[in-house]
Design a protein around this ligand. Structure first.
Ligand code: FA5
Length: 349
């Protein structure tokens, strides 16, 4: 009986130490201590033993039983610790995989892609980027551009004003969300000497009746070109260069008189309608042309405000809506889709 006990002890110590999972240990525990298990069967044989033998075997039996129970419980803790650490590793791997998947699928917003294309195009002609703030003074956005308070042109560019109590800047001028990138003009003129070839890109805001072609928050791209002898011919050339490069070689530019207080003369610039190629359709209102930009010769008063002598230099300024152009380039029927955050739409680009 003693030998049998010692064999069981040795066999099960080996089995326990080589087990790999909590499930393995559960099986071993049942084999040993379950109903009809090794311990149960041995104890049933005790009744056949002599009293002296029972004393020896009984205490050995208890010792071995306790040892096996303890070995199982130690092994159980060891396996648990390993599993938890493995789980941490697995969670890390999972998070890593999610990040990798995101990296693979992400791409630039279609308007950003389009704007990068425009910037590259004008870089080629020597234009460099200038910056202007989205929150600006009434002075930079309107007054210096020949649009004093109460000027009727302000009605076209109503915007959102910043509450005076939250104005932490040291200016007495009203602060507002800029209505156009033309707020860059005075900064460009003041900070640079002719010849000047600069461009500004960014977000603008208007108190707008939102519809398929108008957003309250939208992008503009603007160029300022000042040198001796700059004329409307340069404007015509740059407009056509721009439209042909972006929308196709068969697209022409047309200048139409339009009033902007900060240019003289001022023009609206139309491109041949990309949908009907000029023959007239529903989208262009049967005109064959679509207005894409506003532009003109920089007003002498604005040049002077920027410290440039209008008798020596002349300049053109030109502002376009990249989202309106993207609508034409990609055949998007509603401008609002671009800022909708709708992935079904955005993933098409
Ligand atoms: C201006 O904003 C002038 N600052 C342009 C300019 C620059 C004139 C330099 C002279 C010299 P206008 O309001 O027309 O002009 O806007 C210019 C372009 O911005 C429009 O042709 C259109 O493409 C885009 N745009 C204007 N309002 C919106 C709007 N609410 N949503 C989307 N795009 C708009």
């Amino acid at each position: 009986m003693e030998e049998k006990l010692k064999k069981i002890q040795q066999d099960y110590i080996n089995k326990i130490s080589s087990s790999k999972s909590l499930k393995d240990l559960d099986i071993i525990f049942i084999e040993l201590f379950g109903k009809n298990g090794e311990v149960d069967q041995l104890s049933r044989q005790f009744k056949d033993l002599a009293k002296e033998d029972l004393k020896i075997v009984g205490s050995l039996f208890n010792l071995i039983k306790q040892e096996l129970e303890k070995t199982i419980s130690t092994k159980r803790e060891e396996i648990k610790a390993r599993v938890y650490k493995g789980l941490e590793d697995e969670t890390f791997t999972f998070q890593h995989q999610v990040l990798e998947a995101k990296k693979r699928k992400g791409h630039l917003h279609p308007v950003t892609q389009f704007e990068n294309e425009i910037v590259k195009l004008f870089n080629k002609l020597g234009f460099v980027q200038a910056d202007a703030p989205q929150i600006d003074t009434d002075f930079n956005n309107f007054e210096v551009l020949n649009i004093p308070a109460e000027h009727p042109a302000r009605d076209m560019w109503d915007t959102f004003y910043i509450d005076k109590s939250s104005n932490t800047q040291t200016t007495n001028h009203k602060l507002l969300l800029r209505t156009h990138t033309s707020n860059s003009q005075i900064r460009i003129l003041k900070n640079n000497k002719p010849p000047i070839r600069m461009m500004t890109l960014g977000r603008c805001f208007r108190y707008e009746n939102v519809d398929a072609r108008h957003e309250h928050t939208f992008e503009q791209f603007e160029i300022v070109y000042v040198d001796k002898g700059v004329s409307m011919a340069n404007l015509q050339f740059l407009s056509e260069y721009f439209f042909k490069s972006i929308l196709g070689k068969d697209i022409k530019a047309r200048l139409r008189p339009k009033y902007y207080p900060f240019v003289e003369p001022g023009v609206g610039i139309d491109a041949t309608c990309v949908f009907c190629k000029g023959s007239g359709c529903k989208i262009c209102g049967n005109i064959g042309w679509l207005e894409l930009a506003g532009a003109g010769m920089i007003h002498p008063k604005v040049l002077e405000a920027g410290g440039i002598n209008p008798k020596e230099y002349s300049g053109i300024a030109w502002g376009v809506g990249p989202e309106r152009m993207a609508m034409l380039k990609y055949g998007i029927e509603d401008l609002r889709l671009l800022k909708s955050g709708d992935l079904n739409f955005l993933e098409k680009f």
